[in-house]
Each structure stands twice: as structure tokens, then as C-alpha cells.
Design a protein around this ligand. Structure first.
Ligand code: PLP
Length: 356
């Protein structure tokens, strides 16, 4: 890689750095603003430890929403332990979008970080990105956008988002597992300390101290996931070729169809906005009092893959007063016939569990 002088190493470096350029371009960024990470989780942890540890102090607040994935909660809880900062929450409207009407109460000068999701992996609700990015700016806080569910499904340009950091994962956008990205505004990345030390991320190393390589390399210690990063580049090439506008339009259509069809089913509760302009394609539901795991098992017998459980969002489940949901999610490859099959299978489940 970057160290090697021979042809194969130079080729690997070129492909790896070429992939960085592709992924950066995909979100409207410059390559030097994009750090490869193990995924969205690692990206958020880098921000928490690399920025939070050096900037947060006792009494500071980290503003999050109740719909966050654990990946955008637990790192902040961990960093709170070290710094004495405290988490404060925005809750939800009746349609399960984020309730920003309480911002006035929670947005104090003590808020140092506003961390929120672009789209809930449970309810599909889109996050109020503009409002929360502006709220963060208004009190001198930084904003962290969990884009794990946003970047795969909609065109994203970091120049329009107005946030300081963005995290996302390749495996949710047709890429390999074990790779994702952290984008940051240049000045924010400069403010961040590396959270991992080792080879590749240094400039000089003496017996007792070292200096760092320039951003983004100072955050990429050790041998990087070269193959995975190159795969990530191939995935964004494919998504670019299909077109993110086309993908977003397709998902909106299939989500609207799903919401319509699921609404026909007696005893079925949908958890999430009905308005497709307020949501993405993750559709959570419950069928009567049948446990979502049982639903998932019945659907699986018909070859239909849904996810059942708390979806790594336990505080949200508690807020909704439910233990779990079943969740269907759609992407560019899904077709309406699959929605029909889901509905048919759910009718079968109703019969099986004696819901008449
Ligand atoms: N944020 C959201 C909204 C997610 O749905 C996920 C994954 O399910 C993550 C963060 C974490 O992503 P990863 O496990 O790829 O790091």
C-alpha cells in the first residue's frame, strides 16, 4: 500500500485512493475529507472519542433523538462517562417523526453536540436535518448525522446538509461488510485526535512521541481494509450508474404501495409516518399480539426476509411501549410483486395465529 515501492503496491494504493475519491464524490465531498472506517458505528465512535473526549466537559450536553440506533447513542453514553457530559433527548410526534417543538427547552448553550439520524432504521422517519443542523450552529455545537440509512437511499450532498460530520456504511448500499466512511468538515477533522495509533497514520515516530500524517490518513491506522474499500468504490459506481434520483423515486413508489397494502390487513399496526415525503422505505409493523419473531418465522417459510426485534433501538421500543417490531425494508431491486407476497403471507399468519 502507501509504503510499497513496487508495482503491485502502487496499484493497490491507486485503487484504494481511487475508491476514496469515488465515495467522496458520491456525497459531494473532497477525498481528503473522507476517512474509511469499519462502518457507521466506527465512524461515530471516532467522532465521540476523537472529538468528544477533547472538547466535552462536565455539564455539557449531547442532544440526540429517541429514534436513534444504538450506534448513535452508546458511543455518546461512553464518552459521557469520561467527560461528565449528559445526554438529552428530543422525542416524537404522533406520526413518529422527530418533535422539534421542544427544541427551545432543550437547546441551551451547554449543548456541545447534536447527533441524529437522517432516517430511522425502525420507523423509516426522515430526520429533520436542516432544523437540527441549524439548531446546533445556533448554540455553537457540532452536528453529527448518522447517515447509515440515508446515504444508501437518497441523493446526498454534504454541502447542502449543513452538518459537521456524516457517518455511513457500505454494506447497506450494495457494498461489502467491514467498510464505511466518516466525512467531516476539514476544520472539524483537523480538531479531531486519532483514536487508533499504529502504522500508516504517522508522520514521524520518536521514542516517546509521534506526529501524525495529514487528514484523512491520521485516522487510518494499520493495514486498511483494502479489498473492502475497493468494493465500496464499485458499489457507488453502480448506484451512480442507476442514479440516486431514480432509486429514491422507486423506493417512494414501492413504500407507498406497501403502506397501502399493509393498511388493508386487519389487526396490523404500522409504526412510522404514512406520508412518503416524510419517510424512507423501512416499514415496521406488528400483527395483533403475535410476537414479531413468530411473524418473521412464518414469512421466512414463504421465502420473505423481514427483520424482527428491537432493531438496535431499545430506547425507541421503550418509548413506543413495545418489545419489538417486524420490519420489511426495500431497495432498488424490490418489486411490487414482493409486497403482494408479503401481504399474502401475513394473511396466512393471521389464520395460523387465530386472528379472524
Ligand atoms: N445507524 C443506523 C440508523 C443503522 O440502521 C445502522 C445499522 O443498522 C447503524 C447506524 C450502524 O451501522 P453499522 O452496523 O454498519 O456500523
Amino acid at each position: 500500500m502507501h509504503r510499497g515501492a513496487h508495482t503491485l503496491a502502487a496499484e493497490a494504493t491507486e485503487l484504494y485512493e481511487g475508491s476514496r475519491s469515488k465515495v467522496a464524490r458520491f456525497i459531494g465531498a473532497e477525498p481528503e475529507q473522507l476517512v474509511f472506517t469499519r462502518g457507521a458505528t466506527t465512524a461515530i465512535n471516532y467522532i465521540a472519542y476523537g472529538w468528544g473526549l477533547n472538547h466535552l466537559k462536565e455539564g455539557d450536553k449531547i442532544l440526540v433523538t429517541i429514534m436513534e440506533h444504538h450506534a448513535n447513542l452508546v458511543p455518546w453514553q461512553l464518552i459521557s462517562r469520561y467527560t461528565g457530559a449528559e445526554l438529552v433527548y428530543l422525542e416524537l410526534n404522533d406520526d413518529l417523526t422527530v418533535d422539534t417543538s421542544t427544541l427551545d427547552q432543550v437547546l441551551t448553550d451547554d449543548v456541545a453536540i447534536v447527533a441524529f439520524s437522517g432516517m430511522s432504521n425502525v420507523t423509516g422517519a426522515l430526520g429533520p436535518i436542516d432544523v437540527l443542523a441549524e439548531a446546533a450552529r445556533s448554540v455553537g455545537a457540532i452536528s453529527v448525522l448518522d447517515g447509515a440509512q440515508l446515504v444508501p437511499h437518497t441523493p446526498v450532498d454534504v454541502a447542502d446538509l449543513g452538518v459537521d460530520f456524516l457517518a455511513f456504511s457500505a454494506h447497506k448500499m450494495l457494498g461489502p461488510t467491514g467498510i464505511g466512511a466518516l466525512w467531516g468538515k476539514p476544520e472539524r477533522l483537523e480538531e479531531m485526535e486519532p483514536t487508533e495509533g499504529g502504522g500508516e497514520m504517522i508522520n514521524t515516530v520518536e521514542r516517546n512521541e509521534s506526529t501524525w500524517a495529514p487528514v484523512p490518513h491520521k485516522f487510518e491506522a494499520g493495514t486498511p481494509p483494502i479489498a473492502e474499500a475497493i468494493g465500496f468504490g464499485a458499489a457507488v459506481d453502480y448506484l451512480d450508474a442507476v442514479g440516486m434520483d431514480t432509486i429514491a423515486a422507486h423506493e417512494r413508489e414501492i413504500t407507498a404501495y406497501t403502506l397501502d397494502r399493509l393498511s388493508e390487513i386487519p389487526d396490523l399496526t404500522i409504526y412510522g409516518p404514512r406520508d412518503v415525503t416524510l419517510r424512507g422505505s423501512a416499514v415496521s409493523f406488528e400483527l395483533g399480539d403475535v410476537h414479531p419473531h413468530d411473524i418473521a418465522t412464518i414469512l421466512d417459510q414463504d421465502g420473505i426476509a423481514v427483520r424482527a426485534g428491537h432493531h438496535c433501538a431499545r430506547p425507541l421500543m421503550k418509548y413506543l411501549k413495545i418489545p419489538a417490531t417486524a420490519r420489511a425494508s426495500f431497495y432498488l431491486y424490490n418489486v411490487p410483486e414482493e409486497v403482494d407476497a408479503l401481504v399474502e403471507s401475513l394473511y396466512k399468519a393471521r389464520k395460523l395465529f387465530g386472528l379472524t
